[in-house]
Structure formats: structure tokens, C-alpha cells
Ligand binder design. Sequence first.
Ligand SMILES: Cc1ncc(C[n+]2csc(CCOP(=O)(O)OP(=O)(O)O)c2C)c(N)n1
Ligand SMILES: [Mg+2]
Length: 375
Amino acid sequence: MPLKTVASIDIQRLEILDADGSVDKSLMPNVSDALLLEMYRLMFQIRAFDERAILLQRSGRLGTYPMITGQEATQCVPPLALRPTDWVVPTYRGGGVYFARGMQMRYGLLYWAGDDRGTRFPEGNHDMIFSIPVGTHLTQVAGLAWGQKLKGRGGAALTYCGDGTSSKGDLHEALTFAGQFKLPAIYIIENNGWAISVPRKRQAASRTLAQKAWGYGVRGLQVDGNDALAVYAATLEAVDRARKGGGPTLIECETYRMSHHTTADDATRYRDDEEVALWRKRDPISRFKKFLTKRKLWDDKKEKVLTAKTRSWIDAEVKAYEEFPAPNPLNMFSDNYAAAPWNLIEQRAELEEVLKFKGGAEVLMELPPSEGRFP
Ligand SMILES: Cc1ncc(C[n+]2csc(CCOP(=O)(O)OP(=O)(O)O)c2C)c(N)n1
Ligand SMILES: [Mg+2]
């Protein structure tokens, strides 16, 4: 049947840095040397932090922890294209996003220890804590972006979801709303190849995840998510567009989860070593290091200094985390309801009596203030 084409789409992919650290000069964004070095520092430090957090969990000093390793470029770079007054909402795997936004990792550790003080942010902060329910934050971010639009000061809102999460209705609803209202929102799909044990190829029939954007009148593109320069250029363009009233962007970052889903998972049970080895060659940090070395911005001496600095920074964060006084058990009743239901009021009163009976008066301490979260 000779039908008319009423619309067609091109799915484009951005790659700037190759595996040897050479760049495509025609696509190279205008980035200062200081910013390039900051990208490297953030990626390097969060990987070392990830390794320590796993050790803490394995030795019973931390709760279940989701690994970041392999996804440092996708996580640490987009926040560098933002202002502190733009909203950012990471997923549970977003430790690198949290770090790049200037948060102190001692609070991140508190969070993964199940301590509610890890969820507190200073007044006026424009970050939200890791979203553990997959996808529920996506519509909330459309709301945050709508708020930014109504304020009219050129603010934006950025968030992430995984390849698995992109199959949920939440993304459909969020993009429908963001597209229709031309909201200053940036949605990054962090396609790390797996949703726990479900591989990307079994996740969705679409060739790319970026193309989902077209269904909603949203700009979409695919990016090599292990290429810090491409991630930066794509985010910066999306943020500029958002600030100027050009509407939302969906960026699919193709990356890879080098480790297990969380410390409660064993990825060797469902994926091949060869696949992991292939992605190791595309490592975002070693690639970026080659690039910096070629540009004479990096050498072994600088790496040694950063390694030592990172070790003492992590030691200090872990020490501060472990020296926090025990949390007040009554906190489990806080911040859930504007007006608590009768059964929770009763349960709280009961726990208060038990704590008093056990002589736990000093446990009922005031919460330490959450100011000073920014270094
Ligand atoms: C609403 C909800 N349903 C189910 C889960 C359990 N769950 C945790 S992670 C996950 C898979 C998510 O995969 P993906 O979106 O690819 O993100 P990744 O973990 O790879 O970063 C699921 C189903 C959850 N956390 N929240
Ligand atoms: Mg995934």
C-alpha cells in the first residue's frame, strides 16, 4: 500500500573520545583544563570510594550497597553542567551524582547504613536523596521542572533512570508531561546493560532507548556513556536548551555495570566473564586518563598525589561516619506523615516507654544538625 510518510526519526549517537584517548576534534566541547581535571578527580575518587564501601559492607560495617564502578562518567559529569539551584534526583546507583553535587560521603554511608540522618539535606539545597523505588521519582522530577519553569529564572531539573526502569509506566507519564509542557527537564537513561539479571536485549524491543523520546515530543539522543566528554557535551546542550525554553531532553547513556547489582547480588550467576572483559577495555576512567596524559595534563606523579589524597579523604569520611552517635530509634516515625495515623502515634509512645525503661535516656538525643554537608 503506498502510504504517505508523516513523520520519521533519526536516532543520533554522540562519541568524542575513543578507547585510546584520542578525540574527534570536530565534536570536542569547549572545556577548560581545570574542568577536565575535575572530571577526572571525581571519577577517580568515587571509584576508590566504591571499593571501600564494598569492603565496609563485606565486613558488616554497612548495609546493602549498590555499586557504581564502570558508570563514573555518566554519573560524575552531568552535574558539572548544572548550577546548585538546578534540581538533581539520583537513583540508588547515583553515588557519583551525589558526590559530584558536593555532598559529603559520610552522609551517603549513613544512608546505606539505614540511618535516617543520611536523608537530611540543608535548607535550600536542590538535591534529593537516592530513589530506591525504581521510577517513582521520574514524575516527581517533571514536577520539579514545572516548578522551575513557573519560577521563570532559567532553572532546570535533571534525573536518571536505569535501562530496566525505562520500561516502567513512570517514564511514559513523566515524558508525556514534560514534552507537553515543554519543561526544562533532562532525563538520563543510564543503560548499564542489565536490570539485575535481565539483559538489555530482553528489556525492550526498541533498537535504542533514546528513541522513546520521540513518542512524547521530547528531544532524544544516544551517548557513549563511558566517554566523559560526550556525556558532558550532551548534557550541556540539553541544559542550554532547557534554560532557553526549548523543552526536555532524554539522553540514553550506554555504559556498563562492572560489578554486581548490589552487595546482595552475584552477577557471575547470570553473565559471562567475556562480556565484562570487553567492557573493561572501554573503562571511562582509564580512557580519560589517556586523553589527559596526551594533553600533558596528567602524569604518574600527579596520579600518585591524587591516590594518597583519596585514601586519606576516604579514611576521614569513614571515620566521621562511624563516629556518628547512634541514631535515635524514634526517628523511624519521623518525616513520613504530616499528621501521623493513630496506630503510629501509639507505637511511637510504646517505643518511647521501652527506651526509658531500658535506661536509654541518652539514646533520645537531639539530631545532630545537618548543616555543613558541603565541603
Ligand atoms: C518500584 C520498584 N520495583 C522493584 C524494585 C526492585 N528493583 C531494584 S533494582 C531493579 C532493577 C533496576 O534495573 P535498572 O533500571 O536497569 O537499574 P540498574 O540497577 O541497572 O542501575 C529492580 C526491579 C524496586 N526497587 N522498586
Ligand atoms: Mg540497568
